[in-house]
Design a protein around this ligand. Structure first.
Ligand SMILES: [Fe+2]
Ligand SMILES: [Fe+2]
Length: 259
């Protein structure tokens, strides 16, 4: 199923009705008022998908909205850092898929926030990206906070000239700011951006790129995806997509043998 806001490229076989795998749980009290309100509204975790969940390879449904082409053009410079020209388009394709699974979400907000969320990496000290951003307690690294702030600056610089309203721009920034460093989502749109940001890693292109950032071989990296990233997924749709992609990627890369 698609909505006028979330068209998609050619229908693929294997698009199934949404379901929520795994045992439902209750989101914890976070001490963050917005996050707690979101957790109360969506108390069943992972959040069940009311719309269709597509678990086919993401290459079959690239991001379809050419309405974002002007925004892509505005941030070409920012895509040339830290693999953003691979990470961001794949994440956007997953974001559009997730918006079809969660039609109540503001799809424009999810798409724009996903497209822009890591553009700030282009405006931090590049020599520190791998040395600080992908080692140790990397989610708390100073450079992680810096890339979020810089990403908000990019959004405030490029979006108004493309006709986006000031209120929308600030909604985008509210999602970008904290997308890595804040442990909890504050809205459905925030949650979908976060899941899209993780889902790209399960595709073989994401494994190829991101395993090198962490200095890991593919088998070690896919083990880490299963142990650390799968449990972080917020929505049932993302969990289904990640599980299917991980199985495909492990088979393709023969990670059971090459280790
Ligand atoms: Fe990020
Ligand atoms: Fe990202």
């Amino acid at each position: 199923m698609s909505t006028p806001k979330t068209p998609f490229a050619p229908a693929e076989p294997g698009i199934a009705a949404g379901s929520a795998p795994g045992a439902p749980g209750t989101a914890p009290d976070t001490g963050d008022a917005l996050a707690d309100a979101f957790a109360a509204e969506y108390s069943v975790r992972p959040i069940p998908a009311p719309g269709p969940v597509d678990t086919t390879p993401i290459a079959g449904t690239p991001a379809a909205l050419d309405s974002l082409d002007a925004l892509w053009k505005a941030v070409v410079h920012e895509t040339r850092t830290r693999g953003n020209d691979i990470h961001l388009p794949i994440s956007l394709a997953f974001a559009e898929r997730l918006c079809r699974a969660y039609p109540d979400a503001d799809a424009d907000l999810v798409r724009v926030a996903t497209l822009l969320h890591d553009t700030g990496w282009a405006h931090v000290d590049e020599s520190r990206i791998l040395s600080e951003g992908f080692t140790g307690d990397w989610r708390k690294a100073t450079i992680r906070y810096e890339h979020e702030k810089q990403g908000c600056d990019v959004a405030r610089r490029v979006l108004p000239g493309l006709g986006y309203a000031p209120g929308f721009v600030e909604q985008v920034c509210a999602i970008i700011d904290g997308h890595d460093t804040r442990p909890v989502a504050r809205s459905l749109e925030d949650a979908l951006m976060r899941d899209a940001d993780r889902l790209w890693r399960f595709d073989h292109a994401g494994i190829a790129l991101a395993s090198s950032w962490f200095g890991m071989d593919p088998a070690t990296y896919t083990d880490r995806l299963a142990a650390e990233i799968i449990p972080e997924l917020i929505t049932g749709a993302a969990l289904e997509m990640a599980t299917a992609d991980l199985a495909r990627s492990n088979a393709l890369l023969k990670t059971a043998v090459i280790r």
